[in-house]
Design a protein around this ligand. Structure first.
Ligand SMILES: Cc1ncc(COP(=O)(O)OP(=O)(O)O)c(N)n1
Ligand SMILES: Cc1ncsc1CCOP(=O)(O)O
Length: 582
């Protein structure tokens, strides 16, 4: 923001400044003709001025749209309630209004915003801003060009520009605009003519692209609601550049029956770091061979903590894998519950300090989206982990749509676990899968890159399971070469790993990658021990197996044995680990 005071613009001056601005800046302009005036329809208004505004607080930016008001509510009452709830900027965006009623409405709204010291900006219409004397405008690339708007409004008016691409970001950074509105973040019915959604990772790329030239204050806009705001703010945060300064919303406030609470809820959620946030990379365990003993010792502690706290694992999963998932959860010390009832998700998310939710879309239908959204939202709010297994993600268009919706709109998932085809689908690669088995056999280096890319995009943990399991949080990556091919012959062995990951995260969330690694190591080494045979601490027998039926039972036994060892503080089983750090 520039801080020079500006002299009030009187009406004749306004006409002069419009004419000057329209003329090429190098050509001296002749005095404009006196504009034709209509008789005022109401008593004369005070001379309009563009105020000398203090630096703008973009935390919660309300954009209006009277057409979305609930029946019986006025825009004036909604704006006032929203300001009481914490709105820090108001933009009047009334596409259907002609100039006269637009100016009249703007004057009424300005009287309210001024009394709360909240800036009022006008969407698109520099003439309306000048007529009303409010604090500025928001303009897009089809509206009046920035330089002209600035010349008309003066140096201290607030002018925001829309940014929907890297190119527009660089054009905006070359101006002296005060902020940018970056969006649409998500698809939104409020602006049907909007360009393609950027999603949080696109917002992040835009912020990063201007961070070295002019790191402009930015608000994210488009499809933001109470359920996704924390996830959007979190995922759109660049690692090494200025984050967004706030969020801009239309329907989440304007269409609400209680705009004051809707606003205060949005503000609180957008300001508070989400309970599921990762610590920054600088505060997480270093993953190198040198630290292997520490990493393994942490794995043992994590598993022991599962046994001690018996976390509740709420499974929203497919019928095929429910028995093995429940048995695996019990073997590692967790407490399984299978429930697909939407009314239960809030209670289950809050029933115990140690719980988590596993969403496995093995037999999903679009009707399950409401259940998934509620489960994610409740667990996000409770700070409980959500593990997502996009089973068969690439098999059909319906599954691809559910995955896309889950990751973009439903909230935050801490872990995405899948086979190669599923993770490639999540990455946006058009993989056609047969049934729910992975059909691709890409090279390892490329798969590592895909896992890292998705983890970085989603700001979470991504696990690709296969002959080599690849885990990444976007910064640290581990390859696990433990496990046995017989795991692939047991229905649900892949899905039930999700139960262990969820149990591990339910008891230990400070370093989610380490917790997931603990779960995978115990799981895969149990499989190896089931094949090789180990001495039972109960019967003293040593019995290995090479056949799937007996493997299923032996695997469960070994999972129990390995996790019981952890409870006793024994680390010997970790001698079998075969890890590679990237
Ligand atoms: C804060 C904010 N950001 C972006 C927009 C979109 O503006 P624009 O591209 O001019 O589209 P319309 O709003 O005119 O449809 C905005 N209004 N506010
Ligand atoms: C004006 C605008 N610009 C980009 S998206 C959008 C509309 C946002 O509306 P909502 O908050 O209801 O999704």
């Amino acid at each position: 923001m520039e801080s020079e005071p500006v002299s009030p613009i009187s009406e004749p001056d306004m006409a002069t400044s419009i004419a000057m601005a329209m003329a090429p800046s190098s050509v001296p302009s002749t005095p404009p003709p006196q504009p034709h005036r209509q008789p005022p329809s109401s008593p004369p208004l005070p001379t309009p001025t563009i105020l000398n505004s203090p630096p703008i607080d973009l935390s919660l930016y309300l954009v209006t749209s009277s057409s979305l008001l609930p029946p019986g509510r006025t825009l004036e009452a909604t704006v006032e309630a929203a300001i009481k709830g914490g709105v820090t900027v108001v933009q009047l965006r009334e596409k259907a209004l002609d100039t006269r009623p637009f100016i009249d409405l703007a004057r009424r709204i300005h009287a309210i915003t001024k009394s709360y010291d909240v800036p009022l900006l006008i969407n698109d219409r520099v003439d309306v801003a000048l007529a009303v004397g409010c604090e500025g405008v928001h303009i897009g690339w089809d509206d009046m060009d920035y330089e002209t708007a600035r010349r008309l409004l003066g140096p201290t008016a607030i002018i925001g520009l829309s940014v929907s691409s890297l190119e527009q970001a660089s054009l905006a950074a070359a101006t002296t605009c005060d902020y940018i509105g970056v969006g649409p973040v998500l698809p939104t019915p409020t602006k049907p003519d909007a360009s393609s959604p950027l999603f949080p990772s696109g917002v992040r790329d835009i912020l990063a692209s201007i961070s070295n030239t002019r790191p402009l204050p930015a608000v994210a806009i488009g499809g933001i609601s109470a359920t996704n705001v924390q996830s959007i703010v979190y995922k759109s945060r660049p690692h090494a550049a200025t984050p967004i300064s706030g969020i801009a919303v239309v329907s989440a406030i304007i269409a609400s029956d209680d705009p004051e609470s809707a606003s205060s809820d949005l503000l609180t959620r957008s300001r508070n770091p989400p309970p599921w946030a990762h610590p920054p990379p600088s505060q997480t365990r270093i993953f190198t061979d040198f630290y292997l003993p520490l990493i393994l010792s942490h794995a043992v502690t994590t598993i022991r903590t599962i046994k001690e706290h018996k976390p509740l694992v709420h499974h929203i999963t497919n019928a095929v894998v429910k028995p093995i998932s429940a048995n695996v959860t019990l073997a590692v010390g967790g407490s399984p519950i299978m429930s697909d009832v939407i009314d239960e998700v809030a209670s289950l998310a809050n029933i115990s300090p140690y719980s988590g939710c596993l969403i496995n879309m093995g037999t999903s239908t679009p009707a399950d989206k409401a259940l998934y959204a509620a489960a994610i939202s409740e667990n996000n709010q409770a700070g409980k982990p959500v593990v997502f297994d996009p089973v068969g993600a690439g098999a059909t268009g319906m599954r691809r749509d559910i995955v896309t919706w889950m990751l973009r709109e439903a909230g935050y998932v801490d872990v995405i676990k899948g086979n190669e085809g599923e993770i490639r689908t999540v990455a946006g690669q058009g993989v056609q899968m047969k049934g729910v088995d992975s059909t691709e056999a890409g090279n390892l280096e490329e798969m590592v890159a895909v896992v890292q890319e998705v983890a970085n995009r989603e700001r979470n943990i991504v696990i690709l399971t296969g002959p080599v399991d690849i885990l990444s949080d976007g910064t640290r990556t581990v390859l696990v070469r433990n496990g046995h091919p017989l795991q692939g012959l047991i229905t649900g062995a892949g899905c039930a790993l999700g139960s262990v990951l969820c149990a591990a995260l339910a008891v230990s969330r400070e370093d989610k990658l380490s917790s997931c690694l603990a779960g995978i190591l115990a799981y895969n080494i149990a499989a190896e021990r089931a094949v090789a045979g180990s001495r039972s601490t109960i019967t003293g027998d040593v019995k290995g197996t090479r056949r799937p039926g007996s493997f299923a039972a032996a695997f469960l036994d070994e999972l129990y044995e390995v996790t019981e060892m952890c409870l006793r503080g024994e680390e010997t089983w970790t001698g079998a680990v075969n890890l590679e750090f990237r």
